[in-house]
Each structure stands twice: as C-alpha cells, then as structure tokens.
Design a protein around this ligand. Structure first.
Ligand SMILES: Cc1ncc(COP(=O)(O)O)c(C=O)c1O
Length: 431
C-alpha cells in the first residue's frame, strides 16, 4: 500500500514497529560496508594465475625484453588488445599503468593547464574560466578532478538512456566556455544506464556546436561488465564522431581494474592519432614508460577479447546473486509504498536509489548508526551537493551475499523509518 494511503494512527503504529526492528539491528553489532564499487576477494582470485605466469620469460612479441626502459605507448601486444577493447585502431591507443583515472586526470590537466593545441589553447587561459558538463548522478572521482583543477561543473540530468541531450545541447550551444562532458556510456556509475544510439549520435555532434577545445571524455570503465552472457551493445563513439568530422574531440578510457586486479591492472586510452600525439608530448615528460612486465603478464593471461569475455562470465556468476539480492530486498520492502525509486542495471557495479526528497542524508546516518556504511549523501553530485538530498549509491560487489542481504535489510528498514517519519511530519498534529 502507498505511504500516503495510511492513516496517522496506522503510521504511528508502523513507526513504533520499525523503531523496534531498527533497535534490534543496532543491538546485533553489525559492521557492513556498501560504500565503494570494488571487486570482492573471490573476484580477485579469478586472476590469481597472473602471479608467476611469466615464469622467467620476459620476451615480447617484437623480441625486446619487458624489463627494460621505453615503450611509452605500452607493449605492442597490449595495444592490440586495447584497440579491440576500445573499438579503435592500434595507432589510436596507448596502454599505461594501473589506473585509467590517472589518464583522465592527466588528459584534463594537459588540456586545462598545459594545452593540447599550442600555446594559446589551455582552457585556463580563456577569460571567464572553463566549465564542464557533469551528468548526475555520476562518478564522484570524475567530479573531484574538475574540482581540483578549478573547472566549474554544470550538472545535467541523467535519463534512462543517457544524459538529457536537450539540456546538454542548449548549454553547449549557449556557452563556449564549456570544454567537455563526462560520460560513462555503459552501466554508468551509479545509475547503470547504457547510452542509447540516439544519445551517442547526438554526443558526437556536440563538438560541432561547442566552443574551441571541447572534448567528450568517454570513460567506458564497464565495457565488459554484463551480469548476463548476452553482450549489451553500445554504439562506437569514434565511428560516430568520424562521420561528423569530430574524431579529434573524443578521448576514450578503459581498464582491467574490475577484470583482473583492481589495483594492479592495465589502463587504456584512445583518441585520434593527432589528439593522442598532442597528449603524448606531455606524457613523455612525466614518464619513460609504463610497467611493461605487468602488461606482459596480463597479455599472457588474457591474450584476446574472447579470454576477457570468458573471465567476465565468471565475475558475473559472483556478482549476479548480490545484485539480485539488492533488487529483491528493495522490491519486497519498498515495492509499492512510494518510498523511493531505484535502478535495476544489467551490469556494472552499482544501484542508484532515489529516496523521497530530503531523506538521503538521514537514511545514511541511520544506517551508519546500525552498522551499515553507505556512500556519503551527495557524493554522486558535483561539489557533493545533491540539491534534493535524495540519491544514495548502493555498491554490493565486495561483501558476501549474506552480508549484502543483512545490509539491505537495514537499509530498507532505514528508508521505511525515515519515510514514515516524514509522512507523519507532513500530516502534522491534526492529520
Ligand atoms: C566510471 C569509473 N571510471 C573509472 C574508475 C576507476 O578506474 P581505474 O581503476 O582504471 O582508475 C571507476 C572505479 O570505480 C569508475 O567507476
């Protein structure tokens, strides 16, 4: 029954019952954590063969030794894999160290401070400052990069098929100081949204409308992270950009962080040859080259995309029950009460929950007091500010299924409790 259909006395009785239930959780001394999307130990174990796989053989396909210096773009065999992973040619990709986020930071730093197209090109030189479009809710670490560099963030609503392109287009057309947009096109963090063909095509047209130096940051972090064996398609952004002459304005990222070892994988970056060359000039000052030994052991373990797919099927088998548990608890506890809405993604690492307005921080606080840590309220918004205080990111990948189940029982109880309290407040003394 919908929350609004309850009488005040029923709500009071329900709230007493929920309080008692909640105190029971508090007394049981839980210590659970749904804060960050990281692979569980069982998932990391799937790549245990990486350790020792080289067995003293450091010889690369081109005959050189992986232990030596050099090779800014990564080892050739890793670039072949990266090209398939990102949907580009080998000339358009480079393979770096363990973090694609580092590459994103470095690319943005290069564009903003150092310049990618000559002395006058840094965004920071332009009067009035640089702005960036941030679909919300989004990935907090993307927003942290903009904040660190002093790039003003403009939130854009996220629809079920990607960013609201009407809003995006009107902002970009009206304001040439907007220098780009963050995109997580597949199983977006945290909504799990996959961009539709229409959205990808409209994004590819943006550089034609935007001011100078505009870049689409295409962070395809969850490219191979389906829960099911059926691949979820996504249009190739580079192909779409090429058709519109905007191929130099997209920069594509990916990594094996949620495929092999989260902290010791490979990061991929792709762009047009010209854009990649401009970036390389800065990268080559920062480093002589990446950890090629790690690249080589990855390539021995995952020689091609078929091997990656096989591994991801095994990841999915571990992740699926956890996400199913989240959905079941939400459905059973909140299904028809009108206490919130949530996403049900087909892959990725998150579920995005929208509580009734004004309740996210309170729910998170109450869950913490019962031993369940959740991502801080507002984390998925620029500057940590959720204007409606309603979004909560749920990340069930790390704990066991039993712990996810316990954490979700607490979460659902906290949502019920806070929603009933809110409704009672609305009804007031004489409702
Ligand atoms: C959208 C997105 N991009 C990038 C990352 C981090 O990637 P990496 O480990 O390659 O730096 C994450 C991690 O949660 C993510 O959700």
């Amino acid at each position: 029954m919908h929350l609004e259909a309850y009488s005040k006395s029923d709500l009071l009785a329900w709230s007493r019952e929920l309080e008692e239930h909640y105190r029971g959780f508090q007394a049981s001394g839980l210590d659970l954590d749904l804060t960050r999307g990281k692979p569980s130990i069982a998932q990391l174990q799937l790549s245990a063969a990486l350790d020792g796989i080289l067995d003293g053989d450091y010889c690369l396909a081109d005959g050189s030794d992986a232990r030596g210096y050099g090779g800014l773009d990564g080892i050739p065999e890793a670039r072949v894999l990266a090209a398939q992973w990102l949907g580009l040619t080998e000339a358009q990709v480079l393979v770096a160290g363990n973090s694609s986020l580092t590459l994103m930071y470095l690319f943005m730093l290069s564009a903003h401070v150092l310049g990618l197209q000559g002395a006058e090109s840094p965004w920071c030189r332009q009067s009035g400052g640089a702005r960036f479009l941030c679909p919300v809710p989004g990935y907090d670490r993307h927003f942290a990069i903009c904040e660190e560099l002093g790039i003003e963030m403009l939130p854009v609503p996220m629809n079920a098929d990607g960013p609201d392109m009407d809003v995006v287009e009107s902002l970009v057309t009206a304001d040439p100081s907007i220098k780009g947009i963050w995109c997580v096109p597949k199983f977006s963090n945290p909504t799990g949204v996959v961009y539709s063909d229409q959205v990808v095509r409209r994004l590819a047209e943006l550089p034609g409308r935007a001011g100078d130096g505009f870049f689409i940051f295409w962070d395809n972090a969850y490219r191979v992270h389906e829960f099911d064996t059926t691949p979820v398609p996504l249009l190739n952004i580079m192909d779409e950009c090429r058709r519109r002459g905007s191929q130099g304005r997209v920069v594509i990222f990916g990594s094996t962080s949620k495929v092999t070892f989260a902290g010791a994988g490979l990061a991929f970056m792709g762009a047009s040859v010209d854009t990649l060359n401009a970036f390389r000039r800065h990268l080559s000052v920062l480093t002589i080259g990446p950890d090629k030994v790690n690249q080589l052991r990855h390539l021995r373990f995952l020689p091609d995309m078929a091997a990656v797919r096989d591994l991801m099927v095994r990841h999915a088998a571990i992740l699926r029950p956890k996400f199913q548990c989240v959905q079941q608890r939400l459905r059973e506890g909140l299904g028809n009460h009108g206490m919130g809405t949530w996403t049900d993604p087909a892959g990725g690492y998150f579920v995005s929950f929208d509580a009734l307005p004004g309740l996210a921080a309170r729910i998170i606080e109450r869950a913490a007091a019962a031993g369940v840590k959740l991502t801080p309220a507002g984390a998925a918004f620029p500057y940590g500010r959720d204007p409606e205080d309603r979004n909560i990111r749920l990340a069930p990948s790390y704990p066991s299924v039993d712990d996810v189940d316990r954490a979700m029982q607490v979460f659902v109880t906290c949502v019920q409790l806070c929603s009933v309290e809110k409704r009672l407040g609305e009804l007031g003394a004489d409702g």
